[in-house]
Design a protein around this ligand. Sequence first.
Ligand code: GLU
Length: 447
Amino acid sequence: MKTNEIMAMLQAKHPGENEYLQAVQEVLESIEDVYNQHPEFEKARIVERMVEPDRIYTFRVTWVDDRGNVQTNLGYRVQFNSAIGPYKGGLRFHRAVTPSMLKFLGFEQTFKNALTTLPMGGGKGGSDFDPVGKSDDEIMRFCQAFMLELWRCIGPDEDVPAGDVGVGGREIGFLDGMYRKLARQYNTGVLTGKGMTWGGSILRPEATGYGAMYFAHLALARIGKDLAGQRIALSGFGNVAWGAAKKAKQLGAKVVAISGPDGVCEIPGGITDEMIDYMLDMRASNRNKVEDMYVKYPGATKFTAGKKSWSVPVDIAFPSAFQNELSLEDARELKKNGCWAVFEISNMGCQADAIHWIQDNGMLFAPGKAVNAGGVATSGLEMTQNAEHISWTADEVDERLHHIMSAIHEQCVKYGTLPEGKVDYVKGANIAGFMKVAQAMLEQGLV
Ligand code: GLU
């Protein structure tokens, strides 16, 4: 297999699908050497098969807004790879959603889910519906209309969606409510991220951010450092940044920046528990403005319009909002201001040239598919609890999450340790995830 040749073939087949092509290129670059040591993979054309989704559902979603106007959006579910288990992955509601974006996310999800140690395949879905400025009633009507189509494509042993950007507990509630009505099944675990009283797992809302901090803790411990006392920048203020801020604070780090599409909110004294709680109100308002944090806490914060979190001097940056949110220029600015590590919590949060620059300039870097895998891993734990008709305590879930994050870290170290002793977490995560999926595909024959 030659990465260049496969990429040329994919570019010709899927022109303009930039996020998807970027995600595939990153994985292929990392696995090329290992892959070529396995002629049995080449014979079964594993890579050519693995880069294409098993299937994609596309559907029209029609709903009525509060003014009585008829609205039409597009809905999708990309079922990427089921070699190690049912398709599993979130739903993204964002105005920029395209098949390319969901294919990149589904592809990444396949490897991420393989890293969790749980039997979950990879999938992703969503819609170009824009939740910004929508009322709760509009969100409910949209979710119901979306599920009218989606419910036929999913099932607890087939495909289990969850949240992602623009889809949190409220949306999962509306989606699951409609699924129950349509399927007449009330204990299915067909979605994860459910409410605590109706099948949800305790700690699932926090899990992505918690898992990311556990991973960072392990990576830092390996080089004799500690999260305590580090100044941290997060981006966004959604569910992921919220969980990350909570755990970072518990572990003694100081979160000094969060952000939104409108700019950055600096918190020189470090984020407080009340501010962390207020992030939930900010998301629920559907305003999508980080300036609201400054308006609420003007004495303790500073808002700068049009700037990103990466302009704030910090020790560690945690992109936690959207793909490609950290550019080469941002990486340079971070380093200039003293930052020495970047842990992606968002999926593909850094642009490809930024990752290369960060790694070449002696900074520690770990990719989203390892760092943020605690979210989907806890979804996997929710599926187990649903299947067994039980619920675990917070301590039980947290202990399993810890265990999974250290297993992920270990796999990265196993496959990513360079001759000089440093760990290339990109390589480690990609090779570990790839080997597991490739081996399963090989054993299952040409299907
Ligand atoms: N959207 C999350 C992710 O990117 C979670 C998916 C899930 O829980 O299924 O991994």
